[in-house]
Write a protein that binds this ligand. Sequence first.
Ligand SMILES: NC(=O)c1ccc[n+]([C@@H]2O[C@H](COP(=O)([O-])OP(=O)(O)OC[C@H]3O[C@@H](n4cnc5c(N)ncnc54)[C@H](OP(=O)(O)O)[C@@H]3O)[C@@H](O)[C@H]2O)c1
Length: 347
Amino acid sequence: MEALVCKKLGDPTLPLDHSDAPFTLSTTHPIPELTSPTSVRVRVKANSLNFATYLQILGKYQEKPPLPFIPGSDYSGIVDSVGSKVTKFKVGDPVCSFAALGSFAQFTVADESELFAVPEGCDLVAAGALPVAYGTSHVALVHRAQLQPNQVLLVLGAAGGVGLAAVQIGKACGAIVIAVARGDEKVQLLKNVGVDYVVDLSKASVIDSVKGFLKARKLKGVDVLYDPVGGKVTKESMKLLNWGAHILVIGFASGEVPVIPANIALVKNWTVHGLYWGSYKIHRPAVLEDSLKELLSWLARGKITINISHLVGFSEANLAFAAIKDRKAIGKVMIVFDNQKLARSKL
Ligand SMILES: NC(=O)c1ccc[n+]([C@@H]2O[C@H](COP(=O)([O-])OP(=O)(O)OC[C@H]3O[C@@H](n4cnc5c(N)ncnc54)[C@H](OP(=O)(O)O)[C@@H]3O)[C@@H](O)[C@H]2O)c1
């Protein structure tokens, strides 16, 4: 089978035939066997590319698998074969899931408990884009911050993978959503998905711009800060937070870990949530499972839609990594097998 094998750490934006490229596209990798009576082999259709995988190939992510490895992330596909005790799925079922490793390949194997049925009406590529980005934002906003209708939600990195998910989930919860992003194209997309206000960081600063909006709408401040960026923009955003606000620490796309002053958190009764979505699989699997089932039903009903700005084949995987690195991604970046066929998908 074909598989994208990372044989050394390095810059994943280099073309696959470059001598320093960390990847090779193997065409002779063995097809994985079922590993237990409850395991399922999936013919992979679409893989989502997340910022974490970019960091992992560079050697800068917290989880460092031994080399060589096939990267993995969230994916979708069709059940290809099932173990003798599998009860939830049959050959031909559309499924999605997420993997720490191994899904950047034509086939992957997972236990049936790790797979989610893709409901009728869901595009298979969109279902593969959903678990990490939408799962993270849903657990953060709904389970942790318990976002309420008419609360003010401020989303940083709002046109990125997790950011755009947070914006849509915030709107679905009835919140007043303020989005922060850079550049006309991102701002336009955020307006199209119905945000209440957008700050274009290439033209305005967060503090003055958001203060103007809050004043015009007679709102006191921000109730929930969703932060996948860190650095200077986080520091500025903290000046906009209400008494009793929730800060969701999601990631550090800026490369800078922000300092949240404990003295101000005390005086203002802030709650700071560190959130590592993947660890819910170990510590609170039911929360993660319920969350993904709800999101898939929202996707099937059109309550959320997934914007895919880049859809590339495996031989051009470096272009997908470049979209992440160059901040060109708007919503999700997908790597697909069978590119021709998938180009005709509903997206
Ligand atoms: N905690 C968790 O469980 C979890 C789950 C998923 C992701 N994450 C983390 O969340 C962060 C964002 O992930 P993502 O998949 O949404 O990434 P993404 O699609 O690349 O979006 C990141 C956004 O951050 C903004 N940004 C600001 N400074 C940046 C910089 N120096 N380099 C790159 N982007 C910068 C960009 O927006 P502008 O260009 O508009 O400023 C970009 O749209 C990452 O740190 C990732 O590891 C955490």
